[in-house]
Design a protein around this ligand. Structure first.
Ligand SMILES: NC(=O)c1ccc[n+]([C@@H]2O[C@H](COP(=O)([O-])OP(=O)(O)OC[C@H]3O[C@@H](n4cnc5c(N)ncnc54)[C@H](OP(=O)(O)O)[C@@H]3O)[C@@H](O)[C@H]2O)c1
Length: 287
């Protein structure tokens, strides 16, 4: 089976490529600036869509995972046209090319499609994004075979030369640097390995519809940081509580965008893991 992963150089896409290749699938990784280490690289720039459709059709995929996006939430807020081009028009382009190739199309969406006023969102709860990134991710969901919404991804390795929140925190705490982390933002932190296995399973089984594929634990970002510190034997006393209104963010963030993962737990073989289980795996992966 030929599996095309857009955003194959990213935090999720690179892990998905690794697992898919380990399981014997032929892996093609879409990228723009960072040629992916695994699989056959395929240059696909959604901001310059001229060649995208032809290249996807020529790659003859059976399964397409669309993990590419403009993921910088503040950049999306100020560069709205670019966010629309990549996250909405780009998704439509990849979706239509996947369909015309006869491939099943899995789109990776976000907890930011919700307003965050309530938390523990289920798949059929009303959406109402509070920022432009969330708006574009929501519009991208239209017409996809499978939509996998996730939340705050972390993993053992940097992707595209960038560390994720957990790695950043571990580095700071190892250096003995104090960090300010918000107490009033609630999330469902998601280990990329667990997410990649859930998404791969949904694609291979051609599961249609919307799924919340995230970590099974709802937690504040501050308490997530404390759990990471404790798992890695680091000084949690360096983690200073702060609040979202103290951050110099350009885009508003939802207060509680945690996801109810019950549907994924019921229907997938690969279950959403608790934070404690995920952090144990993260530590093992980091060696
Ligand atoms: N990270 C999170 O916490 C989080 C939470 C919820 C949902 N999500 C969603 O999950 C998916 C994966 O996120 P991630 O954090 O793994 O992403 P990431 O590490 O930020 O990587 C983004 C990927 O998108 C590619 N990309 C960027 N601009 C592109 C363009 N113009 N055309 C084609 N590809 C482009 C990048 O390619 P190059 O490296 O080659 O530039 C890279 O492979 C995204 O759809 C995101 O919206 C992420």
């Amino acid at each position: 089976m030929r599996v095309l992963i857009t955003g194959g150089s990213g935090l999720l896409g690179s892990k998905l490529a690794e697992i898919a290749a380990d399981r014997g699938y032929e892996v093609i990784c879409g990228y723009v600036n960072h040629p992916p280490p695994i699989g056959e690289g395929l240059k696909l720039d959604l901001a310059d869509p001229g060649e995208v459709r032809r290249r996807i059709l020529a790659s003859e995929p059976d399964l397409v995972f669309h993990a590419a996006a403009l993921t910088d939430v503040d950049r999306c807020e100020v560069d709205r046209d670019l966010a629309m081009k990549i996250n909405v028009r780009g998704t439509e382009l990849v979706r239509d090319a996947a369909r015309d190739s006869g491939a099943f199309f899995v789109y990776v969406s976000s907890d930011y499609v919700f307003d965050g006023e309530r938390g523990r969102y289920r798949e059929d709860d009303p959406t109402d994004p509070v920022n432009w990134y969330g708006q574009t991710k929501l519009q991208g969901e239209e017409g996809c075979d499978c939509v996998a919404r996730t939340s705050v991804i972390y993993g053992a390795l940097p992707a595209r030369g960038k560390v994720n929140f957990a790695l950043w925190l571990i580095e700071r705490l190892r250096e003995g640097v104090e960090v300010k982390i918000v107490t009033d933002q609630f999330i469902a932190p998601t280990l990329n390995t667990n997410l990649a296995k859930m998404i791969l399973e949904a694609g291979v089984r051609r599961l249609e519809g919307v799924y919340h594929m995230a970590g099974a634990t709802r937690i504040s970002r501050h308490d997530f940081a404390v759990e990471v510190a404790e798992e890695f034997g680091l000084d949690a006393g360096l983690i200073t509580p702060s609040r979202m209104d103290e951050m110099s963010w350009k885009a508003k963030r939802p207060f509680d965008s945690s996801l109810d993962t019950g549907k994924a737990r019921r229907l997938l073989e690969e279950k959403p893991l608790s934070l404690k289980e995920s952090l144990r795996i993260l530590r093992a992966e980091m060696g």
